[in-house]
Design a protein around this ligand. Sequence first.
Ligand SMILES: C[S@@+](CC[C@H](N)C(=O)[O-])C[C@H]1O[C@@H](n2cnc3c(N)ncnc32)[C@H](O)[C@@H]1O
Length: 353
Amino acid sequence: MAQSSTMIGGDGIYSYKKNSTLQRDGFEAAKKVINEAISKNLDIEKVLSEGSTTFAIADLGCSVGPNTFLAMQTIIETLLQLQQHHHSHLEFLVFFNDQTSNDFNTLFASLPQPRSYFAAAVPGSFYGRLFPSSSVHVAFSSSSLHWLSRVPPALQLRDSPAWNPGRIHYTGASDAVAKAYADQFEEDMEVFLKARGEEIVGGGMVIIIMPGVPDGLLTHDVGIAITFLGCILMDMVKEGVLKQDKVDTLNIPHVYPSMKQMRRAVEKNGCFEIVEMEIRNARSNLDAPIDIESAVMHLRALAEASVANHLGSHELVEELFNRALHRKALFSQMLYSAGIQIGSQLFAILKRK
Ligand SMILES: C[S@@+](CC[C@H](N)C(=O)[O-])C[C@H]1O[C@@H](n2cnc3c(N)ncnc32)[C@H](O)[C@@H]1O
């Protein structure tokens, strides 16, 4: 069974490979700043150990492509420009990391040819050590760090104030539910940053792009999309297709942090200097209407494994997403009435002290 956070593999119509343009837009929106931040802040001479010409880049939560290839190529092109001032010729080694149930076969079968780097898979959770000490020069993670390591435990106890009946996320839920999610994010970031602090060489960088919200706001459009899915599940309960308990016990482990939350985590860890941190908008054209059908397909590509694991029935999953496609008007209404900036993302560049 796939881990809950794993995207749909292969290259079928519902695959992540075919339904990840929104995540690509997120990277495209941040490309220029990444280029500038690396150029300004990375000293190749300093980060490479003496005599070494191997530059190691890790993509944490790479999924199946093609976005990861675009990101790695962009970072390498920036480094190649920087290399002009360096005496030796760099060789690049890219570590593609994701959960063990990620479709690494599809990823490696579609590696660009020719390419300017060596490639290796590093399976396992980024909430823990993945690499030897001081062995990675740049770690990158896009649209992945909002996946928590687990559903916050308080949500699984019926007598807890964070019990979340009839909902599958913290968007629109009680303060106790939101706090349980925020606490889990804090705990996870502590583990993430501790591991990266050990793995990244002095002067090396961590680049993070993830769905995020302006300080003081809880809701994000991905959260609205998940809440929409919760509404469809509740329709299925009302029609007797699904047991209420199945909804009450399902909670999608996503958090969209504010800069305040992220800054607190980085400062608590203490290994990294914040070179850049901001909330940006990932949409290239803010006035363009949202393509709701495509948004539902994206939602399916990212949430199907979580829901399928929980419902345990392929037919129910099919029914859920078919219903979602028929309720596009509800999704659109929920998105536009939420009063949020659609497409907001947290962007952070950290430098290892
Ligand atoms: C929405 S995809 C993003 C993929 C790619 N970075 C992009 O921008 O298109 C999120 C990926 O994060 C991975 N992921 C989630 N939690 C993870 C963890 N703890 N360790 C490693 N990968 C994780 C998922 O398996 C999934 O492939």
